[in-house]
Write a protein that binds this ligand. Sequence first.
Ligand SMILES: [Zn+2]
Ligand SMILES: [Zn+2]
Ligand SMILES: [Zn+2]
Length: 152
Amino acid sequence: MEKDSELAQQLQEQLNRQDVGFAVKPITTCPHIPTNISSKVFIDTPCQECNELKENWQCLSCSTILCSRYVHGHMLDHFLNTKDHSVCLSYSDLSVWCFICKKYVINKGLEQVKHAAYVAKFGEEPPITSNIVIQQDDNNNNASASGSSSSK
Ligand SMILES: [Zn+2]
Ligand SMILES: [Zn+2]
Ligand SMILES: [Zn+2]
C-alpha cells in the first residue's frame, strides 16, 4: 500500500514538472534550429543590452544573452534585427522557443545545451537524464510504468 502512494506521488511530481514550462504544446521539428549549437551556456551573464539578470534567453545561433519580453524584450529585438536568429533557450525554465514557429521546441539537437544549462543553473545533473522522451502526439497509452511485478 505504501508503494502505491509512493508511486502516485512520483507520478504527480512528473506531471507537475511537465506543467511548468509547457503550457503550450511544444513542437518536435523546427527547421530553424541552428545546425551547430554551442553547448556553452552563460547563466550568470546579464542581458547585453540592459544588464538585466533575470528572465534571460540565450540565442542558440550566436550565444548572445538577452532579456525576455517580460523585461525589455531584447531577445525579440534581436530576432527582429537578425531575421533568422529565431531559436533561443530560456534560462528561467530551460525551454527552447522559436520566434518564427511561435512554439516551444523539443528536439534531440537541443538536449546538449539544455543539459549544460541545467547543470550550470542548479549545480547538479538533471534528475532524470534518460527521460528524454519525444512524444509526437498524445495518443500514447503508455501505462506500463507501474513496476508492480513483485508477485513472489
Ligand atoms: Zn522554428
Ligand atoms: Zn534587456
Ligand atoms: Zn543571435
